[in-house]
Write a protein that binds this ligand. Structure first.
Ligand SMILES: [Zn+2]
Length: 98
């Protein structure tokens, strides 16, 4: 499933916080309890690329059918940086529900 880190800012007291969600949900202020704030920023954590000691790129993604947590799986390993960029795009597609 897609996985996001959302950043929020409370309009009542100015508190900023962030949280990880499977969607871009609204959240409640941890400081004053004011609710229904939409994220001011959303970072997509569904896919990440790791470098191995050999310099290879490992592309991981959280598949669309994963539960309420990201369930990262290895999509592919490549020595090519260009290919890793392409595979990352592919992985982003795979993390979205069909
Ligand atoms: Zn607040």
């Amino acid at each position: 499933m897609a996985w996001y880190r959302n950043t929020y800012q409370c309009e009542e007291c100015g508190t900023g916080w962030d949280d990880e969600w499977s969607c871009c949900c609204d959240d409640e202020c941890p400081s004053c309890g004011a609710s229904d704030f939409s994220p001011v920023e959303s970072e997509d954590l569904s896919v990440y690329v790791d470098r191995t000691d050999d310099g290879d790129y490992e592309i991981y993604y959280s598949p669309a059918e994963a539960g309420h947590e990201p369930d990262y799986q290895l999509l592919a390993t490549t020595y090519s940086k260009n290919l890793s960029v392409f595979l990352r795009e592919l992985a982003l597609e795979l993390s979205k529900p069909a």
